[in-house]
Design a protein around this ligand. Structure first.
Ligand code: NI
Length: 170
């Protein structure tokens, strides 16, 4: 097990598009374990492989209160979205300290492989639906702040670059 370094916005590597996993093997299972450990340690409710600079379609999510409901998504696809939307205040381990409202589909159906390579489908609503859509955006190279106004995005970039400079000096 290992903690993986998390890329921070506006790192350009966060905009790479992830490729599908070709084989669900021990390399992928190790990645999943390390990503889960990194997510729980952070702590966060979701992490996409893109955020740890691995550009393959792998996501871990756990929206439970007790951190006992790990969901592993490999090559996930949203196969249905409700027209009804919900607005949720989102944050991201790659954009520390920034929270803002994003509007997304209220309910979705997801098709995914698990860490054994088996196909599953599940329906999601509420926080789980938010989280799946947020993490699948990461796999497409999209960070949630890109839903905000250009003015807000620039303020966030300035703030995070300043934090980075201060961290380097400290
Ligand atoms: Ni995120």
């Amino acid at each position: 097990m290992a903690l993986l370094p998390i890329l921070r916005y506006p790192d350009p590597r966060l905009h790479k598009v992830a490729k599908p996993v070709q084989v669900v093997d021990d390399r992928i299972r190790t990645l999943v374990r390390d990503m889960a450990e990194t997510m729980y340690e952070a702590p966060g409710v979701g992490l996409a492989a893109t955020q740890v600079d691995v550009h393959e379609r792998v996501v871990v999510i756990d929206v439970s209160e007790d951190n006992d409901d790990l969901r592993v998504l490999i090559n996930p696809e949203i196969i249905w979205k409700s027209e009804e939307t919900q607005v949720y205040e989102e944050g991201c381990l790659s954009v520390p300290g920034i929270y803002d409202e994003v509007q997304r589909a209220a309910r979705i159906r997801v098709r995914t492989l698990d860490e054994q390579g088996e196909t599953h489908e599940f329906d999601a609503e509420g926080l789980l639906a938010v989280c799946v859509q947020h993490e699948l955006d990461h796999l497409m190279g999209k960070v949630f702040v890109e839903y905000l106004s250009p003015l807000k995005q620039n303020r966030i970039k300035t703030r995070l670059r300043k934090q980075e400079r201060e961290a380097l000096k400290a």
